[in-house]
Design a protein around this ligand. Sequence first.
Ligand SMILES: Nc1ncnc2c1ncn2[C@@H]1O[C@H](COP(=O)(O)OP(=O)(O)OP(=O)(O)O)[C@@H](O)[C@H]1O
Ligand SMILES: [Mg+2]
Length: 83
Amino acid sequence: MTSPLLDVRALSVEFQTTEGPLRVLRDVSFDVAPGETFGLAGESGSGKTTLGYTILQALAPAARITCGAILFEGRGSLARERR
Ligand SMILES: Nc1ncnc2c1ncn2[C@@H]1O[C@H](COP(=O)(O)OP(=O)(O)OP(=O)(O)O)[C@@H](O)[C@H]1O
Ligand SMILES: [Mg+2]
């Protein structure tokens, strides 16, 4: 079995807003194999762009990873413990 190129594990992300924390990603897990095409579908506001920015380490300052890990080529690019 080929090891995944990208492995997203139990990822949770929230934004700090004036009305308090807004949990946008909750326990998101998936992996993508080398050469595999991965599609992500969801209604507007469901967090697709937030997920992409998180993987690219380009999250807005108001956002933070509260839980989970992202492994690229088996190495951790981002990881946080649950607080
Ligand atoms: N900088 C931000 N500050 C606070 N909340 C934000 C911020 N960016 C996005 N959000 C909120 O995060 C949630 C997910 O937004 P996101 O843009 O990731 O959704 P999306 O699935 O890409 O939507 P669309 O299909 O419209 O592009 C929404 O509730 C949005 O209002
Ligand atoms: Mg979007």
